[in-house]
Design a protein. Structure first.
Length: 304
């Protein structure tokens, strides 16, 4: 099979490399030529000078896989592909798009007879060697067309990927997956922080997190990565206490509100990320002012 890959950042480049290792011909395009050159040299990815040039190098049915930022970049690219592709071709969005956007993109392409798959992708930078967890939404015919690709990208042909439902279902399941991830990360961070502050015990966090990795109820890949990081550095002095939210946790919290389903852990984990991003820290300073106003409590001066 030959597949076109648009967007060759960390995830896209690794996925293209994994496909090449499994014998796929890959035509690659990225607006940044520097992202494409190493892949051409090291993996044999065929370069494309433009999206139109990429499409022209594919055989029918043409498959184009997108690994682009969600929102405008993905929507604009799908609109361009709708003009370039033909009935029977297919587009896969492997990025972290909002599932309602994916449903809209599928409807746009369906008007031209072009198939669409939303592929929620988990695995991060480890996916190249370990494989990716793929949660896909598509019609049965599009899912069958892409099955060989999914088997190559997954940890094994018979596991780590699933056709979870119709268009939109893949990105919906990935959205909830990432919301759960927010909660798990927050719980680990809070627990380890409590131990780090218990100075009288002089607890070795690297030792404890390594201990928990073996037969503990809380063992997980997140704990594996945490233990590995703490082995290298328990103080974390070189890391700023700022945690971005990439969108999926926010969408999950909104979905909970829209469905009227309680999701307090995920929602609070999202709020904690917001708090970490508040460079002005206006809210806690205002709280200090209130305590001083009604109770005469001392206010600490700020020293920058």
């Amino acid at each position: 099979m030959k597949i076109g890959m648009i967007g060759l950042g960390k995830m896209g480049a690794n996925m293209a490399t994994r496909l090449r290792r499994h014998g796929f011909d890959v035509v690659g395009y990225d607006r940044a030529a520097t992202a494409l050159q190493p892949l051409v040299r090291e993996t044999g990815v065929v370069p494309a000078s433009s999206v139109e040039n990429l499409v022209s190098q594919l055989g029918a049915p043409r498959i184009v896989w997108l690994m682009l930022p969600s929102g405008g970049p993905t929507s604009d690219q799908i609109a361009e592909l709708a003009r370039l592709l033909s009935p029977g071709d297919a587009v896969v969005d492997g990025g972290n798009s909002y599932y309602r956007d994916s449903q809209r993109h599928a409807a746009l392409l369906a008007e031209k007879g072009i198939g669409f798959m939303d592929a929620g992708t988990s695995g991060g930078v480890w996916g190249l060697e370990n494989g990716y967890c793929m949660m896909v939404g598509a019609s049965p015919s599009v899912a069958a067309l892409l099955e060989p690709v999914l088997k190559a990208l997954a940890p094994a042909p018979d596991r780590g990927w699933a056709h979870v439902g119709p268009v939109g279902a893949g990105h919906f399941v990935k959205m909830i997956h990432n919301g759960i991830e927010y909660g798990m990360m927050q719980a680990l961070a809070e627990g380890l922080s409590l131990m780090e502050h218990k100075q009288e015990f002089a607890l070795d966090l690297a030792k404890i997190s390594e201990l928990w990795r073996h037969s503990s109820v809380v063992r997980s890949w997140l704990l594996d990565l945490t233990a590995q990081g703490l082995q290298a550095d328990q103080k974390l002095d070189g890391i700023a206490p700022v945690v971005p939210d990439s969108g999926e946790g926010r969408w999950t919290a909104i979905e909970a509100v829209e469905q009227g389903i309680a999701a307090p852990v995920i929602t609070l984990a999202l709020q904690m990320r917001f708090q970490s991003q508040d460079e002005r820290n206006f809210s806690p300073r205002l709280l200090a002012l209130m305590r001083h106003a009604f109770g005469g409590h001392a206010v600490k001066a700020r020293h920058d």
